[in-house]
Design a protein. Sequence first.
Lengths: 146, 146, 146, 146, 146, 146, 146, 146
Amino acid sequence: MELTVYLAGQIHDNWREEIAQKAKVKNLPLQFVAPQTDHDRSDNIGEEILGIQPSAYYKDNAASDINNFRTQVLMQKADIVIALFSEKYKQWNTAMDVSTAIALNKPTIIIRPESLIHPLKELSNKANVTVETVDQAIEVIRYIFD
Amino acid sequence: MELTVYLAGQIHDNWREEIAQKAKVKNLPLQFVAPQTDHDRSDNIGEEILGIQPSAYYKDNAASDINNFRTQVLMQKADIVIALFSEKYKQWNTAMDVSTAIALNKPTIIIRPESLIHPLKELSNKANVTVETVDQAIEVIRYIFD
Amino acid sequence: MELTVYLAGQIHDNWREEIAQKAKVKNLPLQFVAPQTDHDRSDNIGEEILGIQPSAYYKDNAASDINNFRTQVLMQKADIVIALFSEKYKQWNTAMDVSTAIALNKPTIIIRPESLIHPLKELSNKANVTVETVDQAIEVIRYIFD
Amino acid sequence: MELTVYLAGQIHDNWREEIAQKAKVKNLPLQFVAPQTDHDRSDNIGEEILGIQPSAYYKDNAASDINNFRTQVLMQKADIVIALFSEKYKQWNTAMDVSTAIALNKPTIIIRPESLIHPLKELSNKANVTVETVDQAIEVIRYIFD
Amino acid sequence: MELTVYLAGQIHDNWREEIAQKAKVKNLPLQFVAPQTDHDRSDNIGEEILGIQPSAYYKDNAASDINNFRTQVLMQKADIVIALFSEKYKQWNTAMDVSTAIALNKPTIIIRPESLIHPLKELSNKANVTVETVDQAIEVIRYIFD
Amino acid sequence: MELTVYLAGQIHDNWREEIAQKAKVKNLPLQFVAPQTDHDRSDNIGEEILGIQPSAYYKDNAASDINNFRTQVLMQKADIVIALFSEKYKQWNTAMDVSTAIALNKPTIIIRPESLIHPLKELSNKANVTVETVDQAIEVIRYIFD
Amino acid sequence: MELTVYLAGQIHDNWREEIAQKAKVKNLPLQFVAPQTDHDRSDNIGEEILGIQPSAYYKDNAASDINNFRTQVLMQKADIVIALFSEKYKQWNTAMDVSTAIALNKPTIIIRPESLIHPLKELSNKANVTVETVDQAIEVIRYIFD
Amino acid sequence: MELTVYLAGQIHDNWREEIAQKAKVKNLPLQFVAPQTDHDRSDNIGEEILGIQPSAYYKDNAASDINNFRTQVLMQKADIVIALFSEKYKQWNTAMDVSTAIALNKPTIIIRPESLIHPLKELSNKANVTVETVDQAIEVIRYIFD
């Protein structure tokens, strides 16, 4: 039984590769999908496909159409959603993705540092499991196969 | 991860073959499904299967049963819906298909010429992405796999 | 038992007032809701609230947000949807509204002239009832109370 | 037709009273509901009802149960959700509430300053309407009754 | 707490009036709705509103549109569905109505004579309660208020 | 694209084998599932598994549990439902199965003789397509693959 | 805004009256509904309406039909579900009711003594809030109105 | 057609291995999934992954997050749910799992000893089939393939 895992969250470091690598080492039958992790690509995709927009606002408008399209296609294929929050970013997309996943009845894991316990308390309360490290998230998924 | 794409819209030129050809060139793992594209076949299918009807109205009635049956079967299999509008046609079926897809939470792309921006503005607003060319639609889907 | 009826369709004549007047004469316990019927207001509402936009495209974009918001609020309150099509207009919004209503399991009536039988055949097939006149639509609703 | 409006978002100024006041001046038939706006009360409600918890983490845990209970009860009563974002706060609860509302098919309005266009672009894209001021949000709702 | 009860089933005797009368005697706060019980009216309603049809088949076609419209409007208002089967009739509409009600999660009661136990066994199995008399059905509903 | 077809309806002749045979001749990629077609087996399955019941009523009760279990498992796997009605039987199970399929948004085909047009008119109106012969039903499905 | 509260759980003491009384003292706008709290009535209702059954098993069978009918009608009217567990009873009905409520997206409160923390841990985890006393449950609901 | 079966219920003997073994002997195309059956592992999984908790209550809290996550992932993959009850245990998780399965429209079988007929009567009433032995449950599933 192979499971598909959507990896929501910040795109500023290589935590997705780390998860994929660790899952491989543990021989977990997982396929990973994710939003666009090249930040510039994600910001520019609207103008890249639709052409130059009249201002930064409309450039964002065009990019968000296509980023949301990608997320909707891939999240519908997911059996599990993992969302990682970090201290430095607003990450409203991450909160949006995990809330959407919960509303769609997808099992969800939040990864966040101890310092974010308070601002994320209501979202953690709705997710299935909240952990602090990538390794713990992997352990939670591995438990399914034990 | 192969995705199934339903191609709604006018059946008066070969835009579906064009999309399929371009997807193949780009090695995108897509399977395409569509309504009946032989216009006469689509109009006559009711009488072809059920026999001669008492008037044009009842002929249309019988054909629409079977065309809607086909669309319902194939759209339920689709991960993505692309709908193409052209200037010359009423295309209420296209508006119906894309609205149904949106209500079923299927990710949707509308292709329409610049001249149709105004009459399609509310429908575009509900779809995920609106573009002007077949090439742009292909690029939006390709972005999922980047 | 009062019922709420959403009146989708063209906004170029006073068919909504006609329906409301006829329902009143027959003492039917109906409340009517509808999209914005002042065409200019509907086209300008985006700029009216959000300010001048950079081009006609963005003006349409802004207006459609608010028109769709209105429709979504009111259609969710509706027990019945009536959609009127006329020969002169594209009326993709009407096809969108009736398709959305059907997907939401709202009972629907289409009113269309005989000349539109063919292009509307698949949409008529999905609606509950298709008639040619406002009086017939009123009769269909009156039948609920008989 | 009275409508119930859930007011999600920051609880650090009196924007909810401002909206209620302005709706009253315009005679809009609206009833407003909201999360707990007394910040200390919201943080302490877990311990207030369940007793002292072993640490800040468990205090948050207990509070979030009851805050989410309140939100779920009141949002299910809402016909419309307005979510206000401000520059200073993380507001993941606001992103969670508006995402949940969208997933439940509730019509939604986001209010956010121009400076937040970029980080909120994907969430704005999913909401019905995004505006910059409380007055604009009121105008969007007033449009329903015109 | 007033409850609305949809009374599906044969229209060849006055069992609906009997139920309404008995509910009134017991002071149960029930409102009853039902399909058209005038059999001729029900058969002729298509031609009555839409005009003469080319054959009996098309007359039935037109009538069924409007009968199903009525049922859909009223069943959506119902809190409870009672379906009565009798020996003499095919009553596929009754089986359709009760199956639809079950699929919509409406609590359902079947009334049928002992002689129909065998052919109705699977349908009875899906309904909440099966009884043999109108009085028993009233008792089942009265139990809600005890 | 292989499709699974649930064959509801009477179990007194070999129409299911006929459909399967004709689909094979036409090379249609179809997999067929069905209720128990051995009538005695279907009536006795409750006592076969659960032991002797105190009367015919309880025997039917026990059998219907298991027959409905089977139908629910298999219908959830189906992409299409075909329901065949014949003149001689009550076939309330068939009406139940096709109504359930329609409520679950499964595309449906009814096969019934001309003599049953009138009693089945409302059920036909809700199904996608109604035909008179097994060959016509096969043609409707073949049309999906053209 | 009046809320309806379904009170699931054991029927061996008067905790429901206690809740109703306390809600009244605090002027909370609540309407309470519940299963049959007369234990004998609940056990005998099947035979009371349907007549003597062949054994205790069939008596239970008949009673459960009618008890589940009552619960389904009343829970669908509820905005909130409170479920009380006590040490002495199996209370599988209570676990069933609260699980059904959660699956229907009803906000839920569990009341249970400290001694039941362990066996109820997974159910508590799915409910919104778990408390130990009736007074705490009332406080959680009062918080909605603060 | 392979089916996936979720085996809910007590984890104190090897009934799951027994079912799997018997299914294999009968060549039934079944894949089995289940909750964690190592009782200590299930109780300790929270502390195993998240570290030592401040008390038994919080240890249970942490374990239940992860056990419910596992159940949600695996039950969503299941075509059928079997739930086994025994006399000695409270088994509220089993009642929760089967109720959730029923609410999700999963076909369900309950296995329970005769002594539990009375306390499980309402839950049995909602499940598809109730039997007394593992062998009977296997027979019910085998009937699908006959």
